[in-house]
Design a protein around this ligand. Structure first.
Ligand SMILES: O=C(O)CCC(=O)C(=O)O
Ligand SMILES: [Fe+2]
Length: 357
């Protein structure tokens, strides 16, 4: 992977969607203006930039781990493949997932490393990993996961208070000592000469994230959001040192739709940037797998009120645990499981049922 400075900048003439910039250090200090800014971002778009998060060194090391892992022969990587039964830890080859209802294949390969496996190391809770992962567990992956967990826990505690939930309610749904699908993901998308918009090859299809919070680091453009009220996709411009954070389905459901899980996708980077490999890294915080996904209306008047005002209150009680919700979405994305457009439909989350008016 070329050093950051060798990459061409995001073009100035490509439209982007601005995100609010939240300062993590101010959040830690419970600064009122910063808390309000985060709340605005999380309830209106569901995406924001996070600066001063203190994870840059660990992120750079994680990209090295990703490059070492993706450089292994495909045959070796396939020994650690995720399978097609709804498990997402391990390796996913390019083309294993559909990107739309017609079954067009994705172009990204990635390695997902389970939080439970990282925290239990040298034991493994869910599965084993390529030696490139094991070799960097102590000096790269444990520090990255530990810091990312702290960042997401801080953000959850802000939401907990703003939602008027009893102290620790969201933390209780995201405990580190119960099995979850929380994981780190390092993604590689190969370079592609820029294509005409009409045959745009999507790298990751439109989706909402499956869990609660995503803490994303990327260098090149390609991430796009479909902001509420718009019909066109907008690029989110990467800003050096700024992570991109977003809300996923579980938090949207727990909060009765007050927190927004917004649609996004990944396309090849624009212009000159399209000639380079695109690397991204995400830490996903997801609820304990046995937690019931349901609006926490009985614990918060704010949430009860949002559900009462909703057009489709049933979407806040999907009769699914976090683990079932996740496995269903993963499984039905797989091209191997595809029977037709209904498989894509079965992989969907909250995106086709707007949670609040
Ligand atoms: O690569 C990116 O910028 C975003 C990745 C993403 O949306 C995901 O893995 O869920
Ligand atoms: Fe995503």
């Amino acid at each position: 992977m070329p050093g950051i400075t060798a990459l061409p900048p995001f073009p100035t003439d490509v439209p982007t969607h601005p995100l609010l910039i939240v300062d993590y250090q101010l959040l830690v200090q419970n600064d009122e203006d910063e808390v309000n800014k985060l709340w605005k971002a999380a309830t209106e778009l569901g995406f924001w930039y996070l600066k001063n998060h203190g994870v840059d060194v660990e992120v750079a090391h994680m990209f090295d781990m990703g490059a070492e892992t993706m450089a292994l022969p495909l045959e070796e990587k396939m020994k650690f493949e995720q399978g097609d039964d709804g498990m997402s830890h391990g390796y996913k080859a390019a083309g294993a997932n559909a990107t739309d209802a017609s079954g067009v294949k994705d172009t990204v390969e990635f390695i997902n490393i389970s939080q439970d496996d990282v925290l239990a190391y040298p034991e493994f809770v869910h599965r084993t990993y390529p030696y490139t992962v094991n070799a960097r567990m102590q000096n790269t992956i444990i520090p990255f996961v530990t810091k990312s967990v702290a960042v997401n826990e801080t953000i959850l505690s802000v939401f907990n208070e703003k939602l008027g939930l009893p102290k620790g309610a969201l933390a209780q749904l995201h405990r580190l000592d119960v099995p979850s699908n929380s994981e780190a993901r390092c993604i590689k998308n190969p370079p592609k000469p820029e294509q005409p918009a009409a045959d745009l090859k999507v790298a990751i299809g439109a989706h909402t994230d499956f869990g609660s919070l995503s803490f994303l680091h990327n260098r090149l453009g390609g991430l796009q959001v479909l902001p509420p009220g718009y019909t066109e996709w907008h690029y989110v411009k990467p800003i050096p040192g700024h992570a991109i954070c977003n809300i996923g389905d579980s938090l949207a459901i727990f909060s009765g739709g007050v927190l927004r899980s917004n649609l996004h996708r990944v396309v090849p980077p624009p212009r000159e940037q399209s000639k380079f490999e695109r690397w991204s890294l995400v830490f996903f915080t997801r609820p304990g797998s046995s937690i019931e996904l349901r609006a926490l209306a009985d614990q918060s008047p704010v949430i009860a009120n949002a559900v009462a005002k909703s057009d489709n209150p049933e979407s806040f009680d999907p009769k699914s645990t976090a683990g079932e919700w996740f496995a269903r979405r993963i499984k039905n994305q797989r091209v191997k499981n595809r029977t037709g457009p209904e498989t894509w439909a079965a992989s969907r989350g909250t995106e086709h049922a707007p949670l609040v008016k």
